[in-house]
Design a protein around this ligand. Structure first.
Ligand code: FEO
Length: 393
């Protein structure tokens, strides 16, 4: 990637990973991603904020090739997609000191071959003078690891937020151009790794209210020169009640479960509820994670297989459980051949959901009219629950 100027004193370095299609070996990346590093030059000192993904060392070393010296490297976050190139950068600039939060130090030492003597921890609120520029370190824990911090460039009012506010988007645009595209990519990122940490994120957002921010420079995706775009989106995602939406992750082997899914979709739509179903044999689980940000109700559909829910449904249920969405209600629709197995225990598959469980609808064999009437009754219950919570206007 060519070095790009953000301001007279700030440059964007790192890698645009156009071809990456999976993150954390879990979430599909339809638009790739980027690993951003920022070089800040004060009148006396220079700093590199974050580095590059492990395996991309050559890219950032090329970008730094003509830099005569570097005083500091800031590691806002210890995860290797930003710290992976730290050993190479520290090797290239033996005079540089590595700055990080107190918790990050031991994590960086665990994850990477770094010299402890070259690491200096910074406290929350500590400042660092670069001459005519000043950095302030702001602890922003749990976005999404405990050691994470952001770095604020006072004179230019730029917040270097690392993962916080990031988006999985490979783009040649330095700044956000297509706001809808970036918000979608940022929601995908939030859904996968931030959603379980809503309470600390609320505190971090409140903390940032004290800062005048003209630009947010994350370590994934383009820079926000209209920070309220992403800050308002985060406020909605973490604090707003869920929406009048139902999602149905399901597996169907011989169409019995599918019939129940289609009937439930039909009944809910007829009542004005937004509903989306996700066939877990084929769905992009990133789309499912994004839907979990807003849904008030989750209904899982599965056949019984080997005495339990279908393994692919268990995978989707485990993911939903781990992401701890703000859904209020959940239920199961189950079909089986000769035995219901452990169907009455299926809610135990999703202990991370803090929901009111709705009655399970189950059927032996093909759903007939009595089963479909039970699905209709489930739909009515969902409508009533949403109405009682004020989700239906
Ligand atoms: Fe982008 Fe938590 O690393």
């Amino acid at each position: 990637m060519a070095i790009r100027n953000v301001t007279d004193r700030v440059q964007l370095l790192g890698t645009i990973d156009w071809d990456r299609r999976l993150f954390d070996a879990l979430i599909p990346l339809p638009h790739g991603t980027s690993y951003n590093a920022y070089l800040v030059k004060g009148s006396q000192k220079s700093v590199l904020i974050d580095t590059d993904d492990a395996g991309k060392e050559g890219e950032i070393l090329n970008q730094l090739e003509t830099l005569p010296g570097l005083d500091y490297v800031v590691a806002n976050h210890a995860e290797q997609d930003h710290s992976g190139a730290l050993p190479a950068v520290m090797g290239r600039f033996p005079e540089a000191t590595l700055l990080c939060s107190e918790k990050a130090k031991s994590m960086l030492m665990d994850l990477l071959p770094l010299e402890e003597a070259r690491i200096r921890t910074v406290k929350d609120g500590e400042t660092l003078s670069l001459g005519d520029r000043t950095l302030e370190f702001i602890y922003t824990p749990w976005v999404h690891w405990p050691e994470t911090m952001s770095t604020y460039l006072r004179e230019e009012k730029i917040l270097f937020s690392c993962d916080f506010f990031g988006s999985h988007l490979a783009t040649a645009d330095t700044f956000v151009k297509d706001e809808n595209l970036v918000l979608s990519a940022a929601k995908r990122y939030y859904a996968e790794i931030m959603m379980p940490f809503r309470a600390p994120i609320v505190k971090n957002l409140e903390r940032l209210d004290a800062f005048e921010i003209k630009m947010i420079a994350p370590s994934h995706g383009p820079i926000y020169n209209r920070p309220e775009l992403i800050m308002d989106a985060y406020r909605e995602w973490v604090t707003f009640p869920p929406k009048n939406q139902v999602i149905i992750p399901y597996i169907s082997m011989h169409h019995s479960t599918l019939q129940m899914v289609k009937r439930l979709e039909y009944r809910l739509r007829a009542k004005g509820i937004k509903v989306a179903s996700y066939d877990l044999t084929a769905t992009d689980v990133g789309e499912l994670a994004m839907a979990l940000v807003d849904a008030a109700t989750i209904i899982f559909g599965t056949p019984v297989m080997l005495g339990n829910a279908h393994p692919n449904l268990i995978y989707g249920a485990l993911l939903a459980s781990a992401l701890k969405p703000k859904a209020l209600f959940a239920g199961f629709m189950v079909s089986y051949g000769w035995g219901a197995g452990t169907a009455d225990k299926f809610p135990d598959l999703v202990p991370g959901l803090r929901v009111e469980w709705l009655p399970t609808v189950s059927v032996r064999g093909l759903p007939r009219e009595d089963t479909l009437e039970s699905v209709d009754a489930l739909a009515e219950q969902i409508v009533e629950k949403h109405r009682a919570k004020g989700l239906i206007k």
